[in-house]
Ligand binder design. Structure first.
Ligand code: NAG
Ligand code: NAG
Ligand code: NAG
Ligand code: NAG
Ligand code: NAG
Ligand code: NAG
Ligand code: NAG
Length: 339
């Protein structure tokens, strides 16, 4: 534990030195304030160590009318707590400035774009325990967020960002030095664009995902998943889509999705209903979105509950900090409550 704290401190101070050297890079480490410049980094106070609570910070990013504002949620280790508003006009003390809430940041958010001249990030946390996300084994020592923003031309393309979720909780997402690209920097033993490859989802086993499915392993879960290309479904993405969705399929009354496939599976029974189309036997059946499974009625979808996740309590030198203990939570819970 002491070693961990020491390492974090070293990384932190190195980082501070580095930013001083590169003066065109703006790093906002205060709780809120005006943010200007073409690009920069916005952090919770003391990132990556805990910020004091309760806390309320408001960052105001402004842009000229011919520029848009893009905020990349590169490193965001909280749940809820950050709301994003945009304004045509923003005056600190005036209640006349009518704003529009763009979004509340969640674990899937990788970037936010605004075409208005003012973007305001409102950050409010009463209790750290309630909003901090924990994942064994890697993402336990980071608190708050370290995100980047940049101004771009109205017609400029928005680069894809990344996030700790995108990086499978197995790496950090960092911006390149000129904020033009975003990449997962994987922890030792993991690799791949999303850091999903490693001891669990290694390339030979990743071949379990057919039809161009992508093997995903999230830190903490005990099972690998295949994320199937649009239309493909089934374990390992084995069921291909059929171009035409047949009315017979829709009439099954699936709670999430209905798929059709030519019935060429020999004795494998159709889990839905078979019908004939252009002299071919077609099987129509219900499927569920990721993290759900088909119930016994072959129509409704249930949360998958077989994922066992171990999230340990961070041993803290400050016994006043209390953290929730989570065990045996589902992948869906995990995504909801994670980091
Ligand atoms: C996360 O936020 C996005 C908008 O930023 C929204 O479309 C999506 O439904 C949200 N997801 C969850 C799980 O809340
Ligand atoms: C904060 O984010 C920037 C940009 O992604 C990155 O270069 C920097 O290393 C991050 N700082 C820490 C302490 O992780
Ligand atoms: C950012 O840097 C890369 C090389 O590191 C370069 O190819 C690219 O043109 C730069 N982008 C901008 C907008 O300066
Ligand atoms: C289907 O099952 C029957 C008997 O159970 C068997 O004779 C036949 O070869 C099987 N067909 C296929 C395609 O597996
Ligand atoms: C279906 O099969 C019948 C007889 O085998 C044939 O006459 C008919 O043209 C076929 N229809 C289609 C759409 O292929
Ligand atoms: C840590 O403990 C000290 C003294 O026990 C206390 O003053 C401080 O507020 C605590 N910090 C946190 C983050 O709870
Ligand atoms: C988690 O699962 C294990 C074994 O499946 C069980 O022994 C344990 O009691 C469960 N823990 C909780 C909090 O449900």
């Amino acid at each position: 534990m002491l070693l961990r704290v020491a390492m974090v401190t070293v990384i932190f101070s190195l980082y501070v030195c580095e930013t001083k050297a590169e003066e065109q890079d703006q790093v906002y480490t205060q709780c809120g304030g005006k943010v200007d410049g073409d690009h920069g980094v916005i952090q919770t106070p003391y990132f990556p160590i805990p910020f004091p609570t309760p806390i309320y910070c408001k960052w105001i990013i402004s842009a000229p009318h011919d520029r848009k504002i893009i905020v990349y949620m590169t490193q965001f280790y909280l749940r809820d707590s950050l709301d994003v508003y945009e304004y045509d006009n923003y005056e600190e003390m005036s209640s006349n400035s009518l704003g529009h809430k763009l979004t509340s940041v969640n674990y899937t958010t990788s970037y936010i774009v605004s075409y208005k001249p003012f973007l305001v990030l409102r950050f409010a946390v009463h209790d750290l325990d309630k909003i901090h996300r924990w994942v064994l084994d890697y993402v336990v020592d980071v608190f708050g967020f370290n995100i980047t923003y940049k101004l771009a031309g109205l017609n400029d393309e928005v680069e894809n960002g990344c996030s700790v979720f995108y990086c499978s909780y197995l790496g950090n997402c960092y911006a390149s030095s000129n904020y033009s690209t975003f990449k997962c920097h994987c922890f030792e033993g993991y690799f791949g664009e999303m850091c999903q490859y490693g001891p669990y989802c290694d390339p030979p086993r990743a071949n379990l995902c057919l039809n161009g499915g992508t093997c995903r392993y999230f830190s903490g879960s005990q099972e690998l998943n295949c994320v199937c290309p649009e239309g493909y479904s089934g374990r390992g993405c084995k069921y291909p889509p059929l171009s035409i969705r047949h009315a017979n399929c829709i009439s099954l009354g699936c709670s999430q999705r209905c798929e059709t496939v030519e019935d060429t599976f020999g004795n494998e029974t159709c889990r839905g209903r078979t019908f004939t189309e252009h002299n071919k036997t077609i099987c129509g059946y219900c499927t569920c979105d990721e993290a759900y499974r088909l119930a016994d009625d072959d129509k409704s979808c249930l949360h998958i509950d077989k994922y066992r996740v171990t999230v340990t309590v961070f041993p803290t030198t400050n016994s006043s900090l209390k953290f929730p203990k989570m065990e045996n939570i589902t992948l869906t819970d995990l995504e909801r409550s994670y980091i």
